[in-house]
Design a protein around this ligand. Structure first.
Ligand code: F6P
Length: 326
């Protein structure tokens, strides 16, 4: 196994609060272990264009509390092409980078998997996405902060929903997963969560109307996971207008606001632990795994497992939302 002297670090895909804390932890743990560190700007794009800068300990000063990512981020279609990956590999060699730590979500790990297969590059991925949709880890960096943002927004929405006795659909992000919507509903006492995972099992809107709304309460907040297939919160509001015109529904779409803000303590700690573990993993000869934490234990998750979409939604939490909102 080739010796690793220099680590390249990048953030890619949608930014997530806590990415900076992870960059800091990777950089400082690497330097502590006698390794050199290079920051790659704008995700895989910077690897292709050669936008690579030397990092010192002070490059990551005063960033643990900051949202976004100091390395910038991008979605990079060129990296999906063989030609783009070849250029990225050549630039890596020129910059004398021996191994990569990539921080991002499913797109980032898909790219890492392909790159590692083609060029035998040691890569460690850290789960960085507000969506929490990577398997093999209980939480992803950014999920907790986004959840807190959702919680604050719903708390505010509750005031006007109650005053006007209205039904509100609040759409939250999640890519194709309902973790933010379901956990958000539990954290706020929302009346329901409408999530893609349950889409084929029941007509969630009809269940909501049949089971509860207007029987015991005059207002309701429903957290809706974004879902282009059904039109998300807007799609539901249109259905209400057509099928249940007696209700006065309104829509709030939280959007990219959910990706911003200073990371919570929980995200900073998660990012710091995972960042340090990335360097230990490389030193221990681990290759091509995502690092996660499951049941409080640090785990190495093969890329294919991380991308497998096998982390299930806790069905009992769907019932709990219902029970607690009677
Ligand atoms: O994966 C993070 C995420 O915020 C998703 O929740 C959302 O679907 C997507 O990114 C939005 O992407 P963009 O910032 O490219 O609009």
């Amino acid at each position: 196994m080739a010796t690793i002297n220099c680590i390249g670090i990048l953030t890619s895909g949608g930014d997530a609060p806590g990415m900076n804390a992870a960059i800091r932890a990777v950089t400082r743990t690497a330097i502590y272990n006698g390794l050199r560190v290079k920051g790659i700007m704008r995700g895989y794009k910077g690897l292709i264009t050669g936008e690579i800068v030397d990092f010192t300990s002070s490059s990551v000063s005063n960033i643990i509390q900051k949202g976004g990512t100091i390395l910038k981020t991008a979605r990079c279609p060129e990296f999906r092409e063989a030609e783009g990956r070849k250029r990225a590999y050549e630039n890596m060699r020129v910059a004398e980078i021996d191994a990569l730590v990539v921080i991002g979500g499913d797109g980032t790990i898909t790219g890492a998997q392909r790159f590692a297969q083609e060029f035998d590059v040691p890569i460690i991925a850290l789960p960085g996405t507000i969506d929490n949709d990577l398997s093999g880890t209980d939480a992803t960096i950014g999920f907790d902060t986004a959840l807190n943002t959702i919680m604050e927004a719903v708390d505010k929405l509750r005031d006007t929903a109650t005053s006007h006795e209205r039904l509100f659909f609040m759409e939250v992000m999640g890519n194709t997963a309902g973790y933010l919507a379901l956990s958000g509903a539990l954290a706020t006492g929302a009346e329901a969560a409408i999530i893609p995972e349950m889409e084929t099992e029941t007509d969630q809107l009809k269940t909501l109307i049949d089971n509860g709304f207007r029987k015991s309460k005059n207002s309701a907040i429903v957290l809706v996971a974004e879902n282009p297939a059904t039109g998300g919160a807007m799609g539901l509001a249109e259905r209400v207008k057509r099928e249940f015109p007696q209700y006065d529904a309104r829509v709030t779409i939280l959007g990219h606001l959910q990706r911003g803000g200073s990371p919570t303590a929980s995200d900073r700690i998660l990012a710091s632990r995972l960042g340090a573990a990335a360097i230990s993993a490389l030193k221990d000869g681990q290759r091509n795994v995502m690092i996660g934490i499951r049941d409080l234990e640090m785990v190495y998750v093969p890329f294919s497992k991380a991308l497998s979409r096998t982390k299930s939604i806790r069905k009992e939490n769907i019932d709990l939302v219902k029970i607690l909102s009677i």
